[in-house]
Design a protein around this ligand. Structure first.
Ligand code: ATP
Length: 453
């Protein structure tokens, strides 16, 4: 694991993994494709198909297991996307959650003022945006708003949350009471967030609707450094256990001038995408800012008391915030491989860890005549895992289709299986095959899947 500093050599993305191949595989096999595709799509919005939703659900379940269920000091919630608008006034989002923007007087398009070194989309070969006739920069708020109820005046304005943590702070007091928790403890949730990003790009990396998994850990301010270290280590271990390689993962501490005024320390976890190093998770020491702001805006007392010392204090917060879509994209980039086999054929394989692979095993009878016993095997295994059944086409092609979507195990039922009650289990990465008795099949599959490979 690298920590970025001025001496770090600039790592280069793996040139064999190209975004266009990933986007094309995702569309072709139904992982992820543009939302509203039949109308031409809508910029910054994506739909997850049958395989994509399984992949992302597995990722979310893994995060939830690690963050909430494995611990007795973190509670989970699922709050409304639209909450009281004062929440976003107190957090500073209504006033400050903005990017500086410029408009082009000629083509009327809008661009981020900090990204003017890009080519002009109207004449990309001729000029850069800096050569265009641009207005002065002005702030453009990224919060998406909506109207609630029949009234169409300002009092009906509400916001789609720009991050999921807002309600964690407003729910702090109730969750602490109902869960009988004492500081230090955390509250976590996974959910949709919305940002009116000016230039959504790089597939699902930067979109306008996305999912975050956030955890706010409340602690006495004197212990926040210790807890920051703890969470940074936990979060790095999580990414490791997802199967990310050390050479593609690094931490990037924020410089003083990047920190929000209330934030004393922040570290990004970055992944080396085909388009360069980019943040997938942020870890922040937010101090007592959040609970103090909500105390001021709501008039409700959000202090706690240390039962031993009787000290009353406002808890400080360590936040971990990871994008589920960005991590899904990193998983796809890390897993995507093209191999040339003996004989010159190219095999595309998604080397996903079995914890997140959308299909865990495929049952493939060698002939349609064997479909009855093969379907029974699939039905038995389906009680525990997402299992795919396919009896169409030649077996080599069926293996390739499973390799391409990252299925760790293929189980073939052939004519010998009728007599010896054994099946052939083929493993995705090494393409090795083993004969396994049917009665021990479920245990074998479980062992292979738990080993992560
Ligand atoms: P960036 O600087 O890339 O815009 P950020 O620092 O604003 O990101 P945070 O507010 O810290 O991001 O959000 C936490 C996480 O939420 C990010 O690490 C990322 O994984 C995810 N995220 C934020 N914005 C988007 C987006 N527009 N599309 C997809 N995921 C996002």
């Amino acid at each position: 694991m690298k920590e970025m500093n001025e001496q770090s050599p600039p790592s280069q993305p793996d040139a064999s993994v190209r975004m266009e191949d990933i986007v094309s595989l995702c569309a072709r096999r139904g992982f992820i494709f543009p939302s509203g595709e039949i109308y031409g799509g809508i910029n910054g919005f994506w739909d997850y198909g049958p395989l994509g939703v399984e992949l992302k659900n597995n990722l979310k379940a893994f995060w939830w297991q690690r963050t909430v269920r494995d611990r007795d000091d973190v509670e989970g919630i699922d709050s409304a996307i639209i909450t009281h608008p004062r929440t976003w006034e107190a957090s500073g989002h209504v006033e400050h959650f903005s990017d500086p923007m410029v408009d082009c007087r000629t083509c009327k398009r809008r661009f981020r003022a900090d990204q003017l070194d890009n080519p002009c989309p109207e004449a990309p070969k001729k000029r850069r945006l800096t050569d265009c006739d641009l207005t002065e920069a002005r702030d453009f708020n990224l919060m998406m708003s909506t109207q609630i109820g029949a009234q169409a005046d300002a009092s009906a304005t509400a916001y789609l949350r720009a991050e999921t943590c807002g309600s964690i702070f407003t729910d702090f007091r109730r969750v602490r009471e109902v869960a009988r928790q004492k500081v230090p403890f955390g509250i976590a949730q996974i959910g949709k967030a919305f940002r009116n990003e000016i230039n959504p790009r790089n597939f699902i990396f930067r979109s306008r609707e996305f999912e975050q998994a956030e955890m706010e850990f409340f602690t006495h301010p004197s212990s926040s450094t210790e807890w920051f270290e703890h969470w940074q280590e936990q979060r790095l271990r999580f990414h490791h256990d997802l199967g990310f390689d050390d050479s593609n993962l690094r931490t990037r501490p924020h410089a003083e001038d990047e920190l929000a005024h209330y934030c004393s320390r922040a570290v990004d976890i970055e992944y080396l995408f085909p388009f360069g190093w980019q943040e997938i998770e942020g870890i922040h020491d937010r101090g007592t800012y959040d609970l103090k702001q909500h105390t001021e805006f709501s008039g409700k007392d959000l202090v706690v008391m240390d039962e031993e010392t009787k000290e009353r204090f406002t808890p400080a917060v360590i936040e971990t915030s990871v994008g589920m879509d960005r991590t899904t994209l990193a998983l796809l980039c890390a897993a995507y491989t093209e191999e040339t086999l003996e004989g010159g054929e190219t095999r595309t394989v998604l080397r996903l860890s079995s914890h997140v692979a959308p299909i865990k095993a495929a049952v493939l009878p060698l002939s349609k005549k064997l479909k009855e016993p093969a379907r029974k095997i699939a039905a038995d295994l389906r009680k525990r895992w997402n299992v795919f059944y396919d009896d169409a086409g030649n077996i080599g092609r069926r293996y390739r289709r499973m390799d391409e979507v990252g299925t760790p195990l293929c189980i073939t039922y052939d004519f010998d299986s009728e007599d010896d009650h054994q099946v052939t289990v083929r493993e995705r990465d090494g393409m090795t095959q083993e004969r396994i008795p049917l009665e021990g099949l479920a245990a074998y599959v479980q062992e292979r899947l738990e080993s992560g490979s």
